[in-house]
Design a protein around this ligand. Structure first.
Ligand code: FES
Length: 106
């Protein structure tokens, strides 16, 4: 199960422009719908573990709610201090109205 795609929620649970915290293999994962795309990235900020669903999405990035770091949803790359690490990015599949999240890119 850890290797494959995991069903995490239905598409209706993730509203237009919305974010949703789900879990994959015991790890918190943030889903973010931007236009037609659904992104899945690490759910906790690498700086001090802030829950990213309490932040916001802007210009293709997820902004941490605490200290101003933000991360590219496409690549996970950190864009601003104080966080220094990129965040994990997970592949997403949509099947029959469900959202599936695969293992994070190495
Ligand atoms: S916890 Fe995210 S920038 Fe500090």
């Amino acid at each position: 199960m850890e290797q494959g795609f995991v069903d995490v929620c239905s598409e209706t649970e993730l509203g237009e422009g919305g974010v949703l915290m789900v879990e994959r293999g015991g790890e918190p994962v943030l889903l973010a719908r931007v236009g037609d795309r659904i992104h899945a990235v690490a759910g906790l900020c690498p700086h001090e573990d802030a829950p990213m669903d309490k932040g916001y999405i802007k210009d293709g990035c997820v902004h941490c709610p605490l200290h101003g770091s933000y991360f590219d949803l496409e690549t996970g790359a950190v864009q601003a201090d104080p966080a220094e690490e990129d965040i994990a990015v997970y592949p997403v599949r949509r099947e029959h109205g469900r959202i599936l999240v695969g293992p994070p890119a190495a």
